[in-house]
Write a protein that binds this ligand. Structure first.
Ligand code: NAP
Ligand code: GLV
Ligand code: GLV
Length: 479
């Protein structure tokens, strides 16, 4: 079987693949053209692609029949038409987690360089201008004690925010589904609307993926809301910002400074930006350390090997827009139990249900009805020493209570979802937020309400219209 690599990546993964596959690597130090990508897709069983390779419907079409897996050498996968790939039975994978801390370091490097004018200072010295210490030379801005706003508090956003603690900063964050309150207070972060962040933060870090929703998320109107003394850092994707307008704002000093690792039309960079002293630019090097790039290389190689040898890749991505959200206001425990039953009937192997918050008086209400309606004899217990109990057969149901884990970071080291043929129901999934399993149903319960007959419930179902329909039918019955 043939694996093609569209641009030379670190050797680790390539050497690994060479043991079992024919491996072709583009060593020309240039990106492949569309026609070349199509040709490669048509001849390969697997492809390793770069974030700069546009893998659109046409390329996928060319690979149809032979191509089984596309592994993007990046965590972001906005360059790939995932839906077209999935519709043609092609698995798409990426490289999450291994680059999280590395990219967060770069966001901080840009933030500090912008705030303290490091690049200007470097030029100043090299150009022979350092003729003596001066009280008002190259004055920048303080970082410690200020307010950091993170837009897109995911894996990288969280790592950026965590670093702010060492600088005694106040952290505001935004994401579509806020963290549960107890987790917010554990981290000491505060949820805020995007506008609120723009209007209040001294430092803003963008860490959202590029999706139809986040394309030009910071448009003219939003950029106008940013404080005059603020520093904006973008290590996500260039298209998240209206780059031309940002350049205008920076030129007029209506935004103090910016640190940019990504650009709207890479590798081109807006001419105006390049003329400005208050901008620090980098050529998209967020994950560029030797250690991390080696790990990414192994990650894409191992996922390709898993798929080509008939198994499942670890880092499968899904297309955007596949989630369905259901919201219930003021529902009692009977209704919660009915939803649990409706959901339970529709579950298939590989499903993972994530329960956020405390679901019911005795924490296990949801799980009890859920498991009980599948396995008549099940007595659901809250796991004590082990964090999980397993019920039934074909498929087995794992009941996991993450409240048992004392240190949330510990979760990263446990392979909770090892058995792909089983069903998982996870309580206190709050602790799992940055390590989401592939196929999931997320259930949020607002447990801040004293009156347990008036709870708010939100269910987010990823990619499964059947389950969405089943719950809707149950709700119809209440009317
Ligand atoms: P992630 O864990 O998926 O985090 C993304 C976060 O953004 C999620 O928490 C998500 O939370 C939030 N989000 C998504 N849509 C949003 C919206 N419309 N409004 C507000 N928040 C939204 O991904 P990651 O691993 O941190 O990576 C983030 C991105 O960084 C990647 O997609 C990639 O583009 C970029 N990146 C760049 C470099 C570089 O070299 N500069 C390196 C690595 C990654 P909700 O689902 O709750 O909204
Ligand atoms: C880099 O930008 C990535 O998405 O990994
Ligand atoms: C600066 O170098 C100082 O000593 O304050």
């Amino acid at each position: 079987m043939k694996v093609s690599v569209t641009y030379k990546i670190p050797d680790a993964g390539i050497e690994f693949l060479k043991k079992n596959y024919e491996v072709w690597v583009n060593t020309e130090e240039r990106n492949l053209t569309k026609e070349e990508l199509k040709k490669v897709a048509s001849e390969s069983d697997a492809m390793i692609t770069l974030l700069s390779d546009k893998i659109d419907e046409e390329v996928i079409e060319a690979g149809k029949g032979k191509l089984k897996v596309i592994s993007n050498y990046a965590v972001g996968y906005n360059n790939i038409d995932v839906k077209a790939a999935n519709d043609n039975g092609i698995v798409v994978t990426n490289t999450p987690d291994v680059l999280t801390e590395t990219t967060a370091d770069l966001a901080w490097a840009l933030m500090m360089a912008s705030a303290r004018r490091i690049v200007e200072a470097d030029h100043f010295v090299r150009e022979g201008n350092f003729v003596g210490w001066k009280p008002e030379l190259l004055m920048g801005q303080d970082i410690f004690g200020k307010t950091l706003g993170v837009i897109g508090l995911g894996r990288i956003g969280l790592a950026v925010a965590r670093r702010a603690k060492g600088f005694n900063m106040k952290v505001l964050y935004n994401k579509r589904t806020p963290m549960p309150k107890d987790m917010e207070s554990e981290f000491g972060f505060e949820y805020a609307e995007v506008d609120e962040i723009l209007e209040n933060a001294d430092f803003i870090s963008l860490n959202v993926p590029l999706t139809p929703e986040t394309d030009h998320m910071l448009d003219k109107e939003k950029l106008d809301k940013i404080k005059k003394n603020a520093v904006l850092v973008n290590t996500s994707r260039g298209k998240v910002i209206d780059e031309a307008y940002l350049a205008e704002k920076l030129e007029k000093k209506e935004i103090a400074a910016a640190g940019l690792d990504v650009f709207e039309n890479e590798p081109q960079v807006n001419e105006k930006l390049l003329k400005l002293d208050n901008v620090v630019v980098a050529p998209h090097i967020g994950s560029a350390t030797k250690e991390t790039r080696d790990k990414m290389s192994m990650m894409v190689a191992e996922d390709i090997d898993s798929v080509l040898s008939g198994g499942q890749a670890k880092n499968v991505v899904k297309s955007w827009g596949g989630s369905f959200i259901l919201e219930f206001k003021n529902i009692d425990e009977i209704k919660i139990s009915k939803i649990a039953k409706a959901l339970s009937k529709k579950l298939k192997t590989g499903h993972v249900i994530l329960l956020y918050g405390d679901l019911g008086t005795g924490k296990t209400t949801f799980s009890k009805y859920f498991i009980g309606s599948r396995i008549k004899t099940a007595m659901v217990t809250s796991p004590t020493f082990a964090i999980e109990n397993i019920y039934g057969e074909n498929p087995r149901i794992h009941h996991i209570d993450l409240y048992r884990i004392q240190d949330p970071y510990e979760i990263e080291y446990i392979d909770l979802f090892a058995d792909k043929e089983d069903i998982y129901i996870v309580e206190w999934a709050d602790y799992l937020d940055y390590l989401k399993p592939e196929k999931n149903i997320e259930i949020y319960l607002d447990y801040s309400k004293e009156d347990i007959s008036k709870r708010d419930l939100k269910i987010k179902i990823n990619d499964d219209i059947d389950i969405f329909d089943a719950i809707n039918q149950e709700v119809e019955r209440w009317k």
